[in-house]
Design a protein around this ligand. Structure first.
Ligand SMILES: O=C(O)c1cccc(C(=O)CC[C@H]2O[C@@H](n3cnc4c(=O)[nH]cnc43)[C@H](O)[C@@H]2O)c1
Length: 236
């Protein structure tokens, strides 16, 4: 009888400073083994880079006979005004492609209305429960994936109205989710807030606050999420 190997957790970020914050959080001096079952990778900014980079990592690992067990999209994000503030941590209930659709004189039409699929990726229940248990102060709600960072009050208001359950926007979650779904793997998204969603003001971005929260979030996670633990022995 052999135990199945659960495989590592893959954490995908857009840029290196986000990956560094995640890695710094995972390294716990009291428990040096923490993090050994987690791989942190940088896939680039935007949904396309995120999807392609994640899919390649998943496929290579599978081909090498060491498949990943689950995928988390992690990084900083913008907080919708009144819903998530700078430094907050947001666990996605759903990762929603908020500009995947068509514009029309009657307003925005999501991809569902065009008959071409689904703009919403529901995150894995077990992974999300694990994240929420470790991060009791985190907010839970939808995280929007956008191709264009919101830069006007009008767009921020429109997004908030169209997505009443959304707390934040970022640029990668949905892409990572699509790659995880293609590989049949559980997916979750975690964002820490660096800036308000609204009129473009780069000076209002507080990267240190968001990266500190990102590090703290991963430092608070227990070593192995239940989805990665061997659930039952495989008899060979
Ligand atoms: O310049 C740096 O030191 C630095 C450190 C960490 C991250 C960055 C980025 O520019 C990350 C881009 C990344 O951030 C997400 N993001 C953050 N705020 C928003 C937003 O309001 N709307 C959409 N995306 C946002 C996004 O996922 C980007 O990939 C720089």
């Amino acid at each position: 009888m052999q135990l199945s190997h659960p495989g590592p957790l893959l954490v995908v970020t857009a840029v290196e400073p986000e990956a560094a914050a995640v890695r710094a959080g995972l390294i716990d001096p009291r428990e040096p083994s923490t993090g050994t079952n987690v791989v942190v990778a940088v896939a680039g900014v935007g949904s396309a880079e995120a999807a392609a980079g994640t899919a390649r990592l998943l496929a290579l690992a599978e081909a090498a006979g060491r498949p990943y067990a689950a995928v988390i999209s992690a990084g900083i994000g913008g907080g919708l005004p009144g819903r998530a503030a700078i430094g907050d941590t947001v666990i996605a209930a759903r990762s929603v492609a908020a500009d995947l659709g068509a514009d029309s004189p009657d307003g925005y039409l999501p991809i569902e209305r065009l008959g071409f699929g689904n703009s919403t990726a529901v995150t894995d229940e077990d992974l999300s429960v694990w994240l929420r248990a470790a991060l009791p102060d985190a907010l839970t709600g939808d995280v929007l994936t956008v191709n264009t960072v919101t830069g006007t009050a009008a767009r921020a208001t429109g997004l908030a109205a169209r997505h009443p359950s959304a707390l934040a926007e970022a640029m990668e979650g949905y892409g990572v989710a699509v790659a995880a779904r293609a590989a049949g793997l559980p997916f979750a998204e975690l964002r820490t807030i660096s800036n308000p969603v609204g009129p473009r003001d780069r000076a209002a971005w507080n990267l240190p606050a968001a990266l500190t929260s990102l590090k703290a979030a991963f430092a608070a996670l227990p070593a192995v999420p239940p989805v990665l633990a061997p659930a039952k022995p495989i008899i060979e």
